[in-house]
Design a protein around this ligand. Sequence first.
Ligand code: PLP
Length: 385
Amino acid sequence: MIHVQDNNRIFLSSPHMSGKEQKYIQEAFDTNWIAPLGTNVQCMEKELAAYNDVEDAAVLSSGTAAIHLALRLLGVGPGDIVFCSSLTFVASVNPVLYQGATPVLIDSEPETWNMSVAALKAAFRDAEMKGQLPKAVIIVNLYGQPAKMDELLEVCNAYNVPVIEDAAESLGSEYKGRKSGSFGNFGVFSFNGNKIITTSGGGALVSNDKPALKKARFLATQARDQAPHYQHSELGYNYRMSNIVAGIGRGQLEVLDERVRARREIFHRYYEAFGNIQGIQFQTELAESKSNRWLTALTIDPIQTGVTRDDVIEKLADANIEARPVWKPMHLQPLFENAAYFPHDDYSVSDNLFANGICLPSGSNMNRADQNRVISIIKDIFQCN
Ligand SMILES: *Cc1c(COP(=O)(O)O)cnc(C)c1O
């Protein structure tokens, strides 16, 4: 059977090229800097660091690779503990297992859906009592929404534990006027196909610690010692981004702010359409934050509305529109069934977000007619009940 591209389908978040990528790719071909590194890699690193107002950026093969390198740089190894947001994509936590360390999962708070300060404090108190503090804390900015960074950092700083900010979904977001991803000892971005900008696949590690990023580049290129022959004293990886891929990245960085604006506009259209329905609650943007609204996410209370999240996903699917449940928290995953978990309160916030949460199509390439299609179907569902 021939697979024909379905032009009628509305995706959750699909690649949106700017047309500026080809120029940089062509330059790489013209100079034969196809691989390994080259001008696009160097320039993309400078441009990304400047955009986020950090000292340095290393572009890599994926966001997962960036988290893995951050853990290596912080000396995380077998027997160590790492705290991580439970409500996230599995790639936030997998690198903890790569290093043979033990993840401890932390619940969300109900406003931003990100790491709960109360749960983090409880986890630290428990760790202190047991005589083993975590080696690092991985804080995720879910669906682009910045976490309550000041409060979280205050707790981590009090215990002198470094922070990795998983900003894979929050490139372009801001917290108190500073760019998301610039708050921890290390920040992580992803340029996977579904993210706000994409290189088809890729990631970056950013930091104000320049020597650490120099070390990251060393580890990412097989940890080759200075020598005319191939000599290795440390375990390395093949994690660097190619010069072709970085060409796509430069073309995408040029339109990042436009993409943020478009996604925020889509959020506002959804909010205007359903914001006043009793029992619908959108992920909250704090007064001090600006989310890139990578995905518009909301919860639907089945009792108040008479509609379940799954009803909405199904009706949209019938109309060839993709919507998804909110991430299944890591403490509910078979892979992490033995991991310790600290809830927000005497109840778990992320369990409820998973049960009732939905992500709506949010791609910056959705036109107004696409947006209207989604809105009218959802309005119908709620008026029928
Ligand atoms: C996408 C994503 C990652 C991983 O990025 P890749 O580039 O796909 O490896 C990590 N954390 C979160 C929260 C993500 O959404």
